[in-house]
Structure formats: structure tokens, C-alpha cells
Design a protein around this ligand. Structure first.
Ligand SMILES: NC(=O)c1ccc[n+]([C@@H]2O[C@H](COP(=O)([O-])OP(=O)(O)OC[C@H]3O[C@@H](n4cnc5c(N)ncnc54)[C@H](O)[C@@H]3O)[C@@H](O)[C@H]2O)c1
Length: 483
């Protein structure tokens, strides 16, 4: 029985009206552009609106764990799934493994019914399943979708009729339709199909959407719930179900017409950052030669009230997004005989920055009558950006390698990393060195401008400071080399 009609695709530029209880109720009233809602979807929609729905989050990392906690706080019954048994054990014991998430938050969520498991059979009980697994690059800079593939294969047997499946992992346009849906359909023993565009089926279907994560780690100026959530369904019912789910935890859901638009939106946002950072990195190199302070230039330009957004140079890109995501699009573009030149050029400029840092250290040491070979260098900051505990793709890792190749002895200090062991692209086995007796080092290299560092004291106590972040802004000293 087709027992409900909902409006769909409101103008994305308008705030979503479905925030109040009365508005939520009215979202099921016929509107100009209408979607017919079959019973199985109607039931899910009701539970999502009432926040009695059960939500499964697969991948309990930097994205999945905070998302689980937000959902739990809003009243949803949340089950987290991960293949990492250690993470599951930690969460089940009320422990946090992410610096900015306090154990008390995990405990609070647990009291509201949150639990974590490695048992994918429990996916069957969920109304909606959200995938937050990694999407890195291979050694050849090509998309590594193995995590999405493995998750889809593991989840497929447990998908039930009417369930909503949302992919949040950043990826190229087409992934949801070309990769995720076929795997979910192929591995489902009940023969369920993703609801296709067109007439709504009354049975035998599940719903699929894509909704990109937009978290900005370390940013305390925007509350997470105030970051609008872009949602694009495989068809209109999926869009509506996913938007309703996210309206339970975000101030606003922005409905777009397809999964491809939602996938591409995330890439546009990150490519925009990547290209603009490359631009200022290149202009920094020129400004250094010209004796112009690029940071002062950027601050002055940022006073323009329109048409300019400041981006800042640094020692190279880091994190799970900006250095990686643009190449997902470059790779996909080749299928269309298209060369994404801005992405390639930005990648070239940004990837050259760690070598620029190493060269600047060598020159600075040289001016102090010291060779890089056998120099003792203390690197401040292992994290890829300030005030966070994430070192994935951090330029610090590359710079350590480059300095060591030239014979330097490198130590590091980072309040967020007491130790650094082994990762996908590194094997360091180092421990954070206390910030004492800085005069013993030939050079102190500022790679991450963590707030808690006292830069004036660092400059006072050091013999030579190479600053990649303008962290020593306002401090006048012959010892400082900004690069
Ligand atoms: N970290 C960010 O700030 C950020 C921001 C925006 C978008 N993203 C995107 O979100 C996605 C997730 O990123 P993240 O930073 O949370 O990654 P993460 O590495 O912190 O967490 C991913 C989790 O998925 C788990 N996992 C891997 N394979 C699995 C499987 N088959 N089944 C179940 N769990 C599995 C891992 O054990 C890990 O706990 C990526 O696509 C990333 O590009 C991340």
C-alpha cells in the first residue's frame, strides 16, 4: 500500500523548514514536487522523525565516533561497528581513543544505549546504516576503495527491507551507484535491490544515499551541529529518509538531486582548499625571494570585505582529506579523457613544500656555520595542523625523513603525541622529547603551531628557530628564519 506522499527537493539555498515539531509533521503533506512513500519507507521515516530509529555506524574513527555520539545524544539508539577489536573494547569499557573526546562522553552515550561491536549480524536490527570507513590513496596515488568494498561485502548479507544505507566516506562521483549499490545487491541473500529512480516499490528494496562529512578537526568556532549536511539519495525517497535522519542532529540538511552531486560537492570543497593553499604556498616562495612577508600580505588582503578568503601557507598538506581527495577526482576524470590540471598543479606545488622546509633548515644551519650532517634538530609538532591529535599524511613525517637522509639527528615534541610508532607510510618509533634545554639543539623547527607552545620562550631559549607557520609572528629576533 502506498500510504504517504512527501514533498521533496526543496530549494537547497533555503534553510530546511523541518526543524520544529510542527514543521516535521507537515513534511509528510503533499507539496508541489511530490514523492510517493511506500509503507516500508513511511515506517522508517516516522521512526527517524521520532528519533526512535536504531542507527548503525560502521567505522568508529575520527568521523564515525563523533557522529555516533551526536546521534546518541539526540536520542537515537546507536550501535557502532568496527573491524578494529581494540577500538570496540575501548568503547565498551567507556574509554576514548580520540584526544578531543572525553571518556565521560562515551560513558554518557553508553548510558543512552550506545554500544560497539565487531559483529556485523547486528546490522539487521538497524533502521539506518552509515558508512564512515577510510578512503585513502594507493602507493600510486589512485583511489583505494578497498575499505568501502570490504565494508559493503561484510554488510550486504545483513541488509533488510526498507533499511537506509548512507555512505559518508569521501570519494569520486559515481562510487555510491557504481560500487556500493552493486556490492550490497550482489551480497544480499534476500535478493533485495536498492530502490531505483521512478515508481516507489512496496517491497524488496532498501534505500541508499551519500552524505559527505564536513568536520573541521580543531575548529572550535562552528558547532558541529551548525555545519549544514549535504544529502543526495539514489532516488527521492532515500534523499528524504537520509535528510530526515540528519535533521535529527544537524541544524540543516541540504538536499541535492543525486548521490553524484553530493559526492562531487565534497570534492569541490576540498579541491577549492587544496588549490588555494597551493596558490599561497607558491606566492610564499616568491615572497621569500622578494623579501616580502606573505603572512602580512594575506592579513592585509583579508580586510577586503568581499571576494577574498584567506588561506595560509605551510610546510605541506596533511590530514585525511586535502592531500588525498582531489586525486579521487583526477583519477575518475581520466575515464572521461579529462585532465584536471588545477588539481595536478596544486598537488605538485603542495607536495614540494616539505622539501622546501628541509632546504630552508639546511640553509639556516649553514648560515650558522653548521652542516645538516650530524645537526641536532628538535621538531615542534607532529600533527598535521594545530591543536589536533591526527598525524595522517602530516608533512612532519616527510620532513623527518628528508632531514635524516641528510644526516641530521631529529627529535620531536608534540603534546598530542607522547610517542609515534608505525603507520601506513612510516615507522618512526620515537617518543616526544621534553621542551627543556633548547640551547642543546642546533635548530628548533616549528612544523605545527599548537596553541599551548610559548613561542617567545622557545625563541629566547633556542639558538636557531625555523618557523614554517608564522607562529613567531610579532617576535623580532635574528634567530628566527621564516620559511
Ligand atoms: N577525519 C576527518 O576530519 C574527515 C573529514 C571529512 C571526511 N572524512 C572522510 O571520512 C572517512 C572516514 O575518515 P576517518 O578520518 O574517520 O577515518 P579513520 O581511519 O579515523 O576511521 C575509520 C574507521 O573505519 C574502520 N574500518 C576500516 N575498515 C572497516 C570495515 N571493513 N568495517 C568496519 N570498520 C572498518 C577502521 O578500523 C577505523 O576505525 C574518509 O573517507 C575520510 O576521507 C574525514
Amino acid at each position: 500500500m502506498l500510504d504517504a506522499i512527501i514533498g521533496s527537493m526543496p530549494n537547497p539555498s533555503q534553510p530546511n523548514p523541518s526543524q520544529t515539531a510542527s514543521n516535521r509533521a507537515s513534511s509528510s503533506q503533499p507539496k508541489s514536487s511530490q514523492v510517493v512513500l511506500p509503507r516500508i519507507a513511511r515506517e522508517r521515516l516516522d521512526r527517524l522523525q521520532a528519533r526512535t530509529a536504531r542507527i548503525g555506524v560502521i567505522g568508529l574513527g575520527y568521523v564515525g565516533l563523533p557522529l555516533s555520539l551526536l546521534l546518541s545524544e539526540a536520542g537515537f539508539k546507536v550501535t557502532g561497528f568496527d573491524i578494529d577489536a581494540k577500538k570496540v573494547d575501548d568503547l565498551e569499557a567507556g574509554r576514548s581513543y580520540i584526544f578531543r573526546i572525553a571518556a565521560a562522553e562515551i560513558e554518557g552515550a553508553r548510558q543512552k544505549g550506545f554500544s560497539a561491536t565487531t559483529d556485523f549480524a547486528r546490522l539487521s536490527d538497524q533502521d539506518a546504516i552509515i558508512l564512515c570507513v577510510p578512503t585513502p590513496l594507493t602507493a600510486h596515488h589512485e583511489p583505494d576503495l578497498s575499505f568501502v568494498e570490504n565494508t559493503a561485502k561484510a554488510a550486504a548479507p545483513w541488509i533488510r527491507e526498507g533499511q537506509l544505507v548512507v555512505l559518508e566516506s569521501t570519494t569520486y562521483p559515481g562510487t555510491t551507484e557504481e560500487l556500493l549499490i552493486p556490492l550490497l545487491e550482489a551480497g544480499n541473500p534476500h535478493g533485495l535491490k536498492a530502490q531505483a529512480k521512478g515508481a516507489a516499490a512496496e517491497s524488496g528494496v532498501f534505500y541508499v544515499a551519500f552524505s559527505p562529512e564536513r568536520e573541521d578537526p580543531g575548529n572550535v568556532t562552528v558547532a558541529r551541529r551548525d555545519i549544514p549536511k549535504v544529502v543526495g539519495g539514489h532516488e527521492a525517497i532515500a534523499t528524504e529518509l537520509a535528510a530526515t535522519l540528519y535533521e535529527g542532529i544537524f541544524t540543516r540538511a541540504v538536499r541535492v538531486s543525486s548521490t553524484r552531486v553530493a559526492e562531487m560537492t565534497k570534492l569541490l570543497e576540498n579541491i577549492y582548499r587544496c588549490v588555494n593553499i597551493a596558490l599561497v604556498n607558491e606566492l610564499k616562495l616568491l615572497s621569500l625571494r622578494m623579501g616580502v612577508d606573505i603572512w602580512e600580505v594575506i592579513d592585509a588582503a583579508a580586510t577586503k570585505p568581499f571576494g577574498f578568503q584567506p588561506f595560509y601557507p605551510g610546510p605541506g598538506l596533511g590530514g585525511h582529506c586535502i592531500p588525498i581527495d582531489p586525486f579521487y577526482l583526477s583519477w575518475k576524470a581520466r575515464e572521461f579523457d579529462f585532465n584536471t590540471r588545477f588539481i595536478e598543479l596544486a598537488g605538485e606545488v603542495n607536495e614540494a613544500m616539505p622539501a622546501h622546509v628541509a632546504q630552508s633548515v639546511a640553509q639556516a644551519l649553514n648560515r650558522h656555520g653548521k652542516a645538516m650532517n650530524a645537526a641536532r634538530i628538535l621538531m615542534l609538532g607532529m600533527a598535521y595542523k594545530k591543536d589536533i591529535d591526527d598525524l595522517r599524511e602530516s608533512p612532519s613525517l616527510t620532513v623527518i625523513e628528508l632531514l635524516r637522509e641528510q644526516g641530521a639527528e631529529v627529535l620531536y615534541n608534540d603534546p598530542y603525541f607522547p610517542a609515534v610508532g608505525r603507520g601506513r607510510h612510516y615507522n618512526l618509533n620515537m617518543r616526544s622529547t621534553p621542551l627543556t634545554d633548547l640551547a642543546q639543539y642546533d635548530c628548533v623547527l616549528i612544523m605545527t603551531d599548537h596553541t599551548e607552545y610559548d613561542y617567545r620562550a622557545i625563541v629566547d631559549q633556542s639558538r636557531l628557530v625555523v618557523d614554517t607557520r608564522n607562529a613567531t609572528k610579532g617576535i623580532a629576533s635574528e634567530k628566527i628564519v621564516r620559511c
